[in-house]
Design a protein around this ligand. Structure first.
Ligand code: ADP
Ligand code: MG
Length: 358
């Protein structure tokens, strides 16, 4: 693998046009990089910040050619960019970080959980429920009450069905109509996440854990410090390092965990990119997650990831966004971020604010 440093002045390409891309671009520009965004047409707040704006369908060869012509390194802000595209970029010898090996795992919940099993990381009890040929007459009691989740393309609680009985499971499975994973429902005491960064030459830094609270499957707020015990946080950090090393990750990767009523730490899912639960790092950490991602993919020294100030991050979600954002402006300890999306559809992430010293 190429481990040479990509210095400021070079051009970083991002696949995907959402808010994570936008904030990554802000960090890239601050460090003196030029940027390109390739995204399909739509509400793409990252596009307006990019040096090169490439609006093409993922499978349009012109977009791919223009991207590889200008970029020294290409990354993603969305793990569900078609694998075919990533592989075709790799075949053209583009430097893609993270690469197809990482994205292949991160596009499937089941693959993520099987990887955790392989690496000795405890996960929720889970069962593969393929789109056809599954025998619902087997004993499923140890998975119920459960959550049926689509194996691919789920986010913000989308593609999830809470089921109490086998009949409800069958109905949910029919409705989903794709390969799924059935998970035993966990009695959640805490949800936490950690962020690991790794460079191509194998340097690794893992953040402290943050504590997450969800509403209707969508992250609502994140706080630091977490009140989860040091022992569990140390374990989560060591698991993150293990996954990053195993996957030869280049970039940042967020791992989400549950803590159940018996204080078991259980891996839930991962995302190989900056993550909503680490937006507080923009104000409260020595190095924010977006800059850390740029540092990692460019082979620069990784930054100090410690938080220096306690904080609470709140998401601004379409539906009640309009009431909340002006409140954030009048709180002297708060920093407001609005992503600039055109339409505040219910459940859509429109912005966030971070309150320091909370
Ligand atoms: P995504 O974030 O991709 O939508 P998650 O698997 O993280 O999917 O689920 C979203 C939220 O739903 C979690 O953060 C958690 O609050 C809840 N949840 C998911 N799986 C379980 C489970 N097995 N037991 C209890 N709650 C769960
Ligand atoms: Mg999640």
């Amino acid at each position: 693998m190429n481990t040479s440093t990509i210095n400021p002045g070079a051009t970083i390409g991002i696949l995907g046009g959402g808010q994570l891309g936008k904030m990554t671009l802000q960090a890239a520009h601050r460090l003196g990089y030029h940027t390109a965004v390739l995204a399909e047409a739509g509400d793409t707040p990252a596009m307006e910040m990019a040096t090169h704006r490439l609006t093409y369908a993922w499978d349009d060869p012109t977009g791919i050619r223009r991207l590889t012509d200008v970029c020294d390194v290409i990354t993603t802000e969305w793990e569900n960019v078609p694998l075919r595209l990533i592989k075709s970029l790799e075949r053209r010898s583009a430097v893609v970080r993270p690469g197809s090996k990482v994205l292949e795992v991160a596009q499937s919940r089941l693959a993520e959980k099987l990887l955790a099993d392989q690496l000795g990381i405890p996960t929720t009890r889970k069962l593969r429920v393929p789109v056809s040929g599954f025998d619902f007459s087997i004993d499923l009691t140890s998975y119920l009450p459960g959550i049926l989740k689509t194996d691919r393309l789920g986010y913000d609680g989308k593609g999830q069905y809470r089921v109490e009985t086998v009949d409800e499971l069958i109905a949910a499975h029919q409705k989903a109509g794709v390969d799924c994973v059935l998970e035993k429902r966990v009695d959640l005491k805490y949800e936490l996440s950690v962020l690991v960064a790794r460079t191509a030459d194998g340097r690794i830094k893992v953040s402290d854990a943050v504590e997450n609270y969800h509403k209707e499957g969508i992250l609502d707020r994140t706080i630091w410090p977490s009140s989860v015990s040091r022992k569990l946080i140390d374990a989560a950090q060591s698991y993150a390092g293990r996954v990053a090393a195993h996957l030869s990750l280049v970039g940042v990767l967020c791992l989400e965990f549950f803590v159940d009523g018996d204080d078991n730490l259980l891996f839930n899912e991962m995302a190989p990119r900056p993550h909503n639960s680490f937006h507080g790092s923009i104000e409260a950490s020595y190095t924010c997650q977006f800059e850390q991602h740029i540092r990692a993919i460019c082979g620069l020294p990784l930054g100090e990831v410690r938080f220096h100030t306690r904080f609470e991050m709140r998401n601004l979600i379409g539906g009640y966004f309009e009431d909340d954002w002006s409140a954030a402006l009048v709180d002297p300890q708060s920093r407001l971020h609005i992503y600039g999306k055109q339409e505040p559809r219910p459940g859509r992430k429109m912005g966030h604010w971070t309150s320091l010293h909370r």
